[in-house]
Design a protein around this ligand. Structure first.
Ligand SMILES: [Zn+2]
Length: 57
């Protein structure tokens, strides 16, 4: 897999945001600032609810 994107729902404000599955930096919710993904050296750790996986090429 070349990498995929995840549609993540923020657990705090239910904002939907697309997060890169291999995010190298912390991804925060654009609305409330809740951390949605943390870099772990490989795959990002997704903190919110993944509602959809979007395959990327
Ligand atoms: Zn939020």
């Amino acid at each position: 897999m070349a990498g995929s994107f995840y549609r993540v729902t923020c657990p705090d404000c239910e904002n939907e945001q697309v997060v890169f599955g291999k995010a190298a930096t912390e991804v925060a919710c654009a609305v409330c600032g809740h951390t949605l993904a943390r870099p772990t050296g490989g795959k990002a750790a997704i903190e919110g609810d993944v509602t959809e996986t979007v395959e990327a090429r």
